[in-house]
Write a new protein. Structure first.
Length: 263
């Protein structure tokens, strides 16, 4: 009887130890699983590694456009060179067209006046305070001109059929007779006029101011009537000044004394 009791006790002790061991093992493993689950909630579902070797592409659009324009300019230059070196009859018409395009004098003043009448002054390009000639939109295309300088005619139009010589006071200033654009500035050698300024008016006529001592305008300047063109040449002995003045309508010269009163 006592043997059976001791055997039962041993079995109970063994079971108790087994149960305690199992409980301890569960206590060790359950917190670990819980921590793993919490960590997995905090981590993202996926991860994209950063490519450190990836380079930002540099913009090449502007550079490509510049290269394209440069290549087109070179091709055009080579085509013109080949054209003018060619001796074939088919190339003669093309040569004449190119030569006329470069030699033709574009009427900037007339186009500028037409543009301003149609669309107004280009305010986005020209400052308002800048003193530029706009031309009078109500001005009729008539031979009406202001006096270039106070003086008397010393050589009339009938002498050469092109212009007149005007005597003035010492160092007199010459003013523009009409609004327009300065077409040319420089030395005139054919008639010996020296420093000369040519102004193209908005009505298509031109004024030529020659024998100047000083020039106050630049080529392509837009000027108003009354703008100072320059000063006359002076004769210290005679105590007077002199300058050349002419008017043109196309290829035809106009007698200035018929449209301007010098009295």
């Amino acid at each position: 009887m006592s043997k059976r009791l001791s055997k039962v006790r041993k079995e109970l002790d063994s079971r108790r130890r087994t149960i305690e061991y199992n409980v301890k093992q569960r206590e060790k493993t359950v917190p670990m699983l819980m921590n793993r689950q919490e960590d997995s909630r905090e981590e993202p579902d996926f991860y994209i590694p950063q490519d450190t070797n990836r380079k930002t592409p540099t913009p090449t659009k502007g550079k490509d456009l510049f290269v394209f324009r440069l290549m087109m300019a070179i091709c055009l230059f080579l085509m013109l060179a080949i054209l003018f070196q060619s001796t074939t009859p088919q190339a003669e018409k093309a040569k004449q067209f190119v030569q006329q395009s470069f030699e033709y004098e574009f009427e900037f003043a007339a186009i500028s006046n037409w543009y301003e009448k149609q669309f107004g002054r280009p305010l986005a390009l020209v400052p308002i305070e800048q003193d530029l000639a706009q031309g009078d939109p109500n001005e009729d295309i008539e031979m009406i001109y202001a006096l270039p300088a106070i003086g008397t005619i010393s050589e009339p139009f009938t002498e050469n059929g092109q212009g007149i010589m005007i005597e003035t006071g010492m160092h007199a200033e010459i003013e523009s007779v009409k609004s327009g654009s300065v077409k040319s500035v420089g030395q005139e050698s054919e008639q010996g006029l020296g420093k000369t300024v040519v102004v193209e008016h908005y009505d298509g006529t031109e004024a030529i101011y020659g024998m100047l001592d000083q020039i106050e305008v630049n080529i392509y300047d837009n000027i108003r009537a009354g703008t100072i063109i320059g000063t006359v040449q002076t004769n210290e002995e005679a105590q007077k000044g002199i300058f050349y003045f002419a008017l043109k309508n196309g290829e035809q010269y106009i007698d200035p004394s018929e449209v301007i009163s010098f009295n």
